[in-house]
Design a protein. Structure first.
Length: 271
């Protein structure tokens, strides 16, 4: 599933073609993705000017001058195609701008979603209201994580995946950040020292920033809007490397299952 860096990369790619542009035509090639397209989506977007684009957690945001924001989630296989040479059967939503640009939301598995939300109430929208701070923002601090972990017997990795604690963190980047910070993924969150949390916060920010710079991590279907693949997977230090030598110490990487997800870690580096 595309994670925060992949969504951020997608939004930045779309901004080059959409920001400040008028949407001349909106085409829906089916009635739904994971759920039906919003009623009035075509009417609201057609003729609107895109004022800016953004991201909240793993959602992309397209703001318009009609006080509406189109919120999209890429699901398992979603991606935007820019200036596609030929239509594709999985291009379910197509935007055409007044400048002649064509942008197609392509989703083979249809686990993605599109919503239309009043911009003024965007951050009170139910999907956003309970989200924690953005990991790349100033609100993710040692103090925030220490308070979230205090007294918790639950393992640290599942807590970091809890969107109410940190918005947008996913499996790959939590594994990578915990390795860099030297913290076992199954360690009780409440037993983690303040010193270790001091290491963890900047490592979360660093691994996400590095992945965005590399265009994200390509797993199965993900590609940037221009069709290029994300290359941060080449920089994974632990994720997906079971039985391979840890890039820090040479100890074979181990895998465990937490909450139905694979966790990769180094028993020597992570305590």
């Amino acid at each position: 599933m595309p994670e925060l860096p992949e969504v951020e990369t997608t939004v930045r790619g779309l901004a080059r073609y959409l920001e400040g542009e008028r949407i001349a035509r909106v085409t829906l090639n089916r009635a739904d993705l994971r759920r039906p397209f919003p009623e009035g989506l075509v009417q609201s977007l057609t003729g609107a000017t895109v004022t800016s684009l953004g991201r909240r957690a793993k959602y992309g945001l397209i703001h318009t001058d009609r006080d509406h924001t189109m919120v999209f989630h890429l699901g398992m296989s979603g991606r935007w195609r820019i200036e596609p040479e030929t239509p594709d059967k999985h291009d379910h939503l197509v935007l055409e701008t007044g400048a002649g640009h064509v942008l197609a939301l392509n989703d083979a598995r249809r686990f993605g979603s599109v919503d239309l939300v009043d911009t003024a109430g965007l951050y009170q929208w139910p999907a956003f209201a309970a989200l924690g701070p953005e990991p790349l923002g100033e609100d993710l601090t040692t103090q925030h994580l220490a308070a979230a972990f205090k007294g918790r017997a639950a393992p640290v990795k599942p807590l970091l995946l809890d969107q109410r604690i940190v918005a947008g963190l996913g499996n790959i980047y939590v594994c990578e950040a915990l390795l860099r910070a030297g913290i076992r993924p199954d360690k009780a969150a409440g037993s983690i020292s303040r010193k270790a949390i001091d290491r963890l916060v900047p490592e979360i920010k660093a691994v996400l920033s590095e992945s965005i710079e590399a265009g994200g991590s390509t797993i199965r279907d993900y590609a940037q809007p221009n069709g290029e693949l994300g290359y941060f997977a080449a920089n994974w230090r632990v994720y997906g490397r079971e039985a391979q030598p840890c890039l820090h110490c040479g100890t074979p990487v181990q895998r465990m299952v937490q909450g139905g997800r694979s966790t990769f870690w180094c028993a020597k580096c992570q305590k």
